[in-house]
Design a protein around this ligand. Sequence first.
Ligand code: ATP
Length: 230
Amino acid sequence: MLELTDVNAWYGDSHVLHGMSLEVKEGEVVTLLGRNGAGKTTTLKTIMGMMAKSSGSVEFRGQELLGLRPDTIARKGIATCPEHRGIFASLTVMENLMLPPTLAEDGMGVDELEALFPNIFERGKSKGTTLSGGEQQMLAIARILRSGAKFLLMDELTEGLAPVIIEQIAHTLNRIRERGYTIILVEQNAAFVKSIADRHYLVQDGKVIDCVEANQFDTRRGQINRVLGL
Ligand code: ATP
């Protein structure tokens, strides 16, 4: 479904992706695991067409994405849940949810979203930023599900959240994957991704240095921890 081959990317003269290659098949959940600065967020930005300078190949359903504009890429059904959630402070929860345009007809409807995120709907008239961190994260996830995208890029969903909230997010992601969504999860929290992902790409110095299948997670935990700097 999505294949990155020998992707390089730069911020100005600063070369940060050094031959990133990975593959995600339809319906899979894969993670990019690595410490701060490894190049995980930059990989998501490159997929979304947000890097001014990049090379290599990013193929989605057999079509090259590199060189396309972010809005063109979004219309192909790829959406991103950014690291800092992007909740608008002056808008209510429902306004935040309904603001982005739907890009495909088969996005989740309000009823389905309410079943998945009942807490968010209970707070519908509150201002976005009166929500807790976990509720804001759920709102950010609900928002991209409404857009109709079926390929989701999620950046550090668990950052700064309490363990009980992280468990709720894991439960929600498993329900989303059951509905056939394809997900790339950028994470530093290995315990969180263990119950969710099919495969883990270990990222260091702007490239994938190894790949760990879900059933190898426990036996290769030492290597995963080293890559995460634990
Ligand atoms: P983090 O968890 O810190 O976001 P990451 O693995 O996602 O880690 P990236 O954000 O992709 O890492 O950063 C990769 C490298 O690019 C780092 O050295 C970072 O300092 C640099 N970098 C990130 N954003 C910019 C930017 N806007 N301008 C210049 N350099 C940047």
